[in-house]
Design a protein around this ligand. Structure first.
Ligand SMILES: *Cc1c(COP(=O)(O)O)cnc(C)c1O
Length: 382
């Protein structure tokens, strides 16, 4: 350990976005890449052409990007208004902050709330790992509660008790994903009632990364709840994972704080341009959603016929499955073999929290997923 490094960092390992991928930084194209929940569809060629024109004619690479993001924030606010059943145009640029992926916004929220020993965060595992990882790199304690093993609902009793008991520092932020990753379930009425019951000293972060697939949003509640923020991203339905754009919708005072802690030129000009083009063409880009949803239903229906598998409902663009408990084999070892076999057959999926998370891909990819899951299970030696 280098002598000048913070002592608590010694125990961390660097985040590997593709843990299933042992060596290569880039995955060979012959794999079906169903391990990171991206859209299977690239940006359409006509929109790429528009962007190349912008790159060639508009962007001056020697100049810093627009650090205020006003145009992009206006466009995002309009999209948020249109995407929710709101009676009026509730949101304006003052309700929006943009980040280099929602990961940056998660870090900014942590800096603004918990840093310096002021707060801990609460998560319900399994959930999106970045909340815990980013908190730990900032020296922020992470309190984790469990979920029900069958329907993946948050253990609300444990969550409430953690909030009441955690001291030095108390819980300042609760992170939830709606719908959750990796388990694909939306927040239930009981979970929502609990989130609404939290007092205003606790920030509630609702990550709607999969909103375009779930079509359920809580932005309509933000007006009544100054302690809630909603995160969204261009990395999933909008097909821009490569360009790293996320946004936060919140009360203007919370946005003002986020603006204080963010890096001055956090979004490259090209990413800003791409997000704008995406919003201007959102009807075209989101046309693929119904297909993803019907493919998801098909995948769940067919794979549910496998007696070894336990699959829960999904409100997102991925499915989550586990091996049914069976006295004969170790779940962990069998799942590892299952995951590895899928990889050998050419499909990358995410092995996470005792299950496999599989992104819904193209029609062809999903057909191969079914065949390969069946083949891997047939050869699984327990
Ligand atoms: C994919 C995903 C994101 C997106 O992160 P970016 O940094 O915007 O790419 C955020 N939250 C969850 C839960 C996700 O699954």
């Amino acid at each position: 350990m280098l002598p000048f490094i913070r002592s608590d960092l010694a125990q961390f390992t660097a985040y590997k976005p593709h843990p299933s991928n042992d060596t290569a930084a880039s995955v060979p194209a012959q794999f079906d890449r169903l391990d990171t929940n991206e859209s299977p569809y690239d940006f359409p060629p006509e929109l790429k052409e528009k962007l190349s024109w912008t790159y060639q004619q508009v962007i001056e690479t020697n100049r810093y990007p627009d650090g205020g993001h006003e145009t992009l924030k206006d466009a995002i606010a309009q999209y948020v208004n249109e995407s929710a059943p709101l009676s009026s145009s509730l949101f304006t640029a003052g309700n929006i902050s943009v980040g280099n992926g929602s990961d940056e916004l998660i870090r900014s929220l942590l800096i603004a709330t918990c840093l310096g020993g002021e707060g801990s965060i609460l998560v319900a595992n399994p959930t999106f790992s970045m909340y815990g990882i980013l908190a730990q790199t900032l020296g922020i304690p992470v309190v984790a509660v469990d979920r029900n093993e069958t329907n993946f609902e948050i253990d609300l009793k444990a969550a409430q008790s953690a909030i009441e008991k955690t001291q030095n520092p108390p819980i300042r932020v609760v992170f939830v994903v709606h719908p959750n990753s990796p388990t694909a379930n939306s927040l239930t009425a009981a979970e929502l009632a609990w989130l609404r019951s939290l007092n205003e000293h606790i920030l509630v972060v609702i990550d709607e990364a999969y909103f375009e697939f779930s079509q359920t949003t809580l932005v309509g509640e933000l007006a009544q709840r100054a302690n809630w923020v909603i995160l969204r991203t261009f990395s999933k339905a909008f097909r821009l994972a490569a360009l790293r754009v996320g946004y936060c919708v919140a009360h203007p005072e919370a946005i003002a704080i986020l603006e204080k802690v963010r890096l001055p030129y956090n979004l490259p000009s090209f990413s800003i341009a791409a997000a704008l083009v995406a919003l201007q063409n959102c009807t075209l880009l989101l046309e693929s959603i119904p297909q993803t949803l019907s493919e998801r239903a098909k995948l769940i229906e067919i794979l549910s016929q496998q007696p070894e598998l336990q699959i829960t409902a999904s409100a997102a663009n991925f499915i989550y499955l586990r091996l049914k408990p069976n006295g004969f084999y170790s779940q962990d070892a069998a799942l590892k073999t299952f995951h590895q076999k899928l990889r050998t057959l050419g499909t990358l999926v995410r092995h996470i929290s005792g299950g496999l998370r599989i992104t819904v891909g193209t029609i062809e990819e999903n057909a191969r997923t079914v065949n390969r899951v069946q083949a891997a299970l047939a050869n699984l030696e327990f």
